[in-house]
Design a protein around this ligand. Structure first.
Ligand code: ZN
Ligand code: MN
Length: 131
């Protein structure tokens, strides 16, 4: 894969498989989800290897780790600043691509310089509401 040539990591077939699975993936998969998907093509891969690969990709800024699910970390190949809708029914995580930063009064943040805003909006997705 030409486009992955300059990312500064050695491209093993397993790393490439994880990168390819994550490319454009909007499902915010967990390490287990990624493992299951990649295992089809690389039956020898272990969950520990997937964790290691994700750690490397995170260090290189190619994926961001989301701590929105208390039971498992989720991973997002979209490292741009964006917000998330989290369904409390099915666990689905949906991007809010709109750039939205709430105004927080100066008195509330006590001189703190805000560098990044990440909103997590919890509720029920359309599918779960219709059930
Ligand atoms: Zn849902
Ligand atoms: Mn996202």
């Amino acid at each position: 894969m030409q486009k992955y040539r300059n990312i500064g990591i050695k491209l093993t077939p397993q790393r490439l498989a994880v990168l390819e699975f994550l490319e454009g993936n909007k499902s915010h998969p967990s390490a287990e989800d990624i493992y299951r998907a990649v295992k089809n093509r690389y039956p020898m891969i272990s969950l520990a290897t997937v964790y290691n690969i994700l750690e490397t990709l995170k260090e290189k800024g190619l994926v961001q780790e989301l701590n929105i699910d208390p039971s498992k970390k989720r991973f997002d190949p979209d490292t741009s600043s964006h917000h998330h809708l989290i369904c409390m029914g099915c666990g689905k995580v949906i991007d809010i691509s709109m750039d939205y930063s709430p105004h927080i009064p100066e008195t509330a943040i006590q001189g703190f310089e805000v560098k990044r805003v990440h909103l997590e909006l919890y509720g029920l997705c359309q599918d779960c509401r219709e059930k």
